[in-house]
Structures are given as C-alpha cells and as structure tokens.
Design a protein around this ligand. Structure first.
Ligand SMILES: C[S@@+](CC[C@H](N)C(=O)[O-])C[C@H]1O[C@@H](n2cnc3c(N)ncnc32)[C@H](O)[C@@H]1O
Length: 392
C-alpha cells in the first residue's frame, strides 16, 4: 500500500481536514466556510499525485472553493460543483482573475467610502434575520448592498458583495453552532462601514500580493449526484462530501443567502446529500450495494443513513465515469453520530468505491471525532479520514 502523506505525525498539531489554517491565508479566507478543508492538504495531494499544469482537477463538492483556489495557485485547471448558492458564489469570486480590474476595484472602494451614510428602510419579515442584527446594523448592511447592486461591472459587483457578506458575518449576533444558528446578544459588534472598508482593503491587497499561475477555473451550480462530465476527461478528484448527519448547510447559511443572494430557505433543512429517501428496494439496482446497506434496514435512522449512502454511490459513480484510467481520487470524509450509535462512514464509502470499480489505495485517519448525546453522554468514536482511490 502506498503511503501518500505522513499526516500521522502532524494530526494532533494541525488537522488537514479543517478550514481553520485557511483563516490566515489570503484569498482562501475571503469567506469562512466552517465545513472546508485546508489549502495545505490540497497542495500536498497535487504534489503527491504529480498533477501537471495542463491537467484538470475536479472538486464535485467544492464548497468555498479550497481545491479550486489551490489549483489556481499551482497553475492547474479545475472544475467545481456545488448546490448551495453561497458556496457557488464564494468559489466563483475567489477564483476570478482580477489583474485587469485592480485599479477599478480601488476606485470603486473609494467611491463606496465616500458615499454619505444613509439609512435603508428594513422591509424584512424573517424573524431570524431581525434577531441576528440590531436595526442600525441591518439598515447599514442593506444600504451598502443597494450601493453595490448599482455597480455595472459584474466582476467588481460580485467582489464587493462577497466582501459585504463577509462583513455581515462579523457584524452579527448570530453564531453558527453545529447544525443551527444561535443568537449571542453579548457579542461586541464593530461598525459596519469600518469593517467593510477594512475587509475590502485586505481583499484588494491580497490580489496585489498574490501571483497565481495561469489556469482556468470553472464553477457550476450543479448536483453531483446527477451531473456528469465527459468520460475519462479528469486527471484527479480532490473533494469532501457532506458528512453523514452532520451539517445542515442550507440552514446554517440561510442568513447570508437570504440577505445577499435573495434565496428562500431550501425546502428541506437536511444537507443535499441524503435528502431524498426512496425505498431501498425500489431504488437500489446494485445487488452489492443492497447487501452493504442491509445492516441498516429496520434500524433507527434507516432513512437518513440509507439515503446518504445511495447518494454517495451516485456521486462516486459520476466521479469514476469522468476520471481518467490510473488516476486518483482523494476524499475527506467523517463518520456519522446518532443517538443509537456511530456509523464508520470511511469504511462503508470505501466499500462502495470498490463496488463501483475503484481500487482502495489508502484509508488514512486524520482525526477522531467523539460522538455525544446531548453534548454530555459519550456514544462512540468515529474517524475523519482521507480515502485515496484509484480508477483501474
Ligand atoms: C464538506 S463541504 C466541502 C467544503 C470544501 N472542501 C471547502 O474546502 O470549502 C461539502 C459541500 O458539498 C455541497 N453539496 C452537498 N450536496 C451536494 C450535491 N448533491 N451536489 C453538489 N454539492 C453538494 C455542500 O453545499 C457543501 O458546500
């Protein structure tokens, strides 16, 4: 078996499956995505897989675009999909080439800075939004949004909109706590315009100081379970799907999506993967998959677990289809915690990958996750792992 990266030694100090190290890295930190993984993990994998400049990396669950930005950084072409508007938007803005519009960005920031302060009438009825911001802050955010909407150049407009979204996360009483939003009235909130200008200056400075290689990035708002790229067209997949029963993305990013991207709350609060449960016998044509998931039939949370793995199956099939022969697919995945016990997702996903035709090169534990009930009673321990698969 091939040992790709010796994370065993570094796990404790620095978890490569965490977004936290990206908080200090220009461009990667333009939008804080709690569910993201680290830039260093992607860069390590690009080196180990020996991906060359004219090749293409796919991240079919691109989130805030870590794989795509790291690909750009190393001059490699990449493609990303995500179903969530905020993730798609952040990925697009973070991977654009701003070299021709730098002066325009600076000029526009100056204009926004010089715009006199005015209050925008609050017409929002959504309770969670009204609770998340004191009126004066919400009114200022909405006024800035109106000004940004008037910017004609879409690239400039999107850039400042992402900056405003970022500003809103620093001027809110709302905290993303696990799968839900909590209000912390004791939070100290900085003035909106001050924060916006500070962040915009930093973002512009990031562009000024960053020299990325020439590479093409394409981001699509697509469902990985359904969307297929051309057969044998991709040189590498680096990705991390939603974890079983873990984060309710649509719920957690509701404030940003509703306020700035005009989105309604998704009909289901559950993450997209695992949303649609259909009877296993009707849906599962693959006998091996049926056998693998048989253990969960009739157990508590059957519907969530089975739907999740069926969706993982569909997504992996699509990844396999577009990956070239003898090329690698790296997947970061964490296990599932339930009141009845734990589900070792890394093991099951690698078995699903084998059914599809992948060769398992490595299942590398990155971190242990302790599962608790009501945050106190320990239920069990699951791994967050890096799976390395190869298309035969
Ligand atoms: C673990 S996050 C990926 C984070 C990413 N690695 C990063 O560093 O930002 C998983 C992502 O999958 C997206 N997602 C969930 N279901 C999806 C589907 N069916 N198709 C495409 N994307 C999906 C979620 O919106 C989320 O952004």
């Amino acid at each position: 078996m091939l040992l790709f990266i010796d994370y065993e030694k570094t796990i404790i100090k620095k978890n490569p499956a965490s977004f936290v190290p990206n908080k200090k890295i220009p461009i990667y930190n333009w939008f804080y995505y709690k569910e993201g993984f680290s830039r260093d993990l992607v860069i390590d994998l690009i080196k180990k897989f020996n991906i060359k400049k004219n090749q293409i990396i796919l991240d079919p669950f691109c989130g805030s675009g870590t794989t795509l930005v790291a690909s750009r950084e190393t001059g490699i072409n990449s493609i990303g999909f995500d179903v969530l508007d905020i993730a798609f938007f952040a990925s697009v803005v973070k991977t654009r080439d701003y070299s021709n519009v730098l002066d325009e960005l600076k000029k526009t920031l100056q204009e926004i800075k010089n715009t006199p302060k005015k209050k925008e009438k609050i017409r929002i009825k959504e309770k969670i939004i009204l609770k998340a911001f004191p009126d004066r802050i919400l009114s200022e955010l909405l006024y800035l949004k109106q000004n940004i909407k008037k910017i004609k150049n879409k690239i400039i407009r999107d850039f400042f909109l992402l900056c405003l979204i970022n500003t809103s996360t620093k001027t809110t009483l709302a905290i993303k706590d696990g799968g839900c939003i909590k209000i912390d009235k004791s939070r100290h909130l900085p003035p909106v315009k001050y924060m916006f200008v500070k962040l915009a200056k930093k973002m512009i400075n990031d562009i000024d100081c960053t020299r990325f290689g020439k590479a093409e990035t394409q981001v699509f708002k697509k469902d990985t379970r359904i969307f297929r790229l051309k057969e044998n067209s991709i040189d590498c997949v680096i990705t991390s799907p939603p974890y079983l029963n873990k984060i309710e993305y649509a719920n957690v990013y509701f404030i940003e999506e509703y306020l700035f991207l005009k989105k309604k709350l998704h009909s289901s609060l559950r993450s997209f993967i695992g949303k649609n449960y259909e009877k296993i016998s009707e849906k599962m044509k693959n006998e091996n998959l049926k056998d693998l998931l048989d253990d969960f039939i009739g157990k508590p949370n059957e519907s969530i677990i089975v739907a999740y793995f069926i969706d993982i199956f569909k997504s992996l099939e699509n990844m396999y289809f577009c990956l070239k022969k003898n090329k690698y697919c790296a997947i970061v995945i964490g296990g599932g915690c339930f009141d009845f016990g734990v589900v070792q997702t890394d093991v099951i996903v690698s078995k699903i990958a084998e059914i599809i035709g992948f060769k398992i090169m490595e299942i590398m534990p990155l971190r242990k996750i302790i599962c608790t009930k009501n945050r106190t009673k320990k239920i069990g321990v699951v791994n967050e792992s890096l799976l390395i698969l190869k298309k035969n």
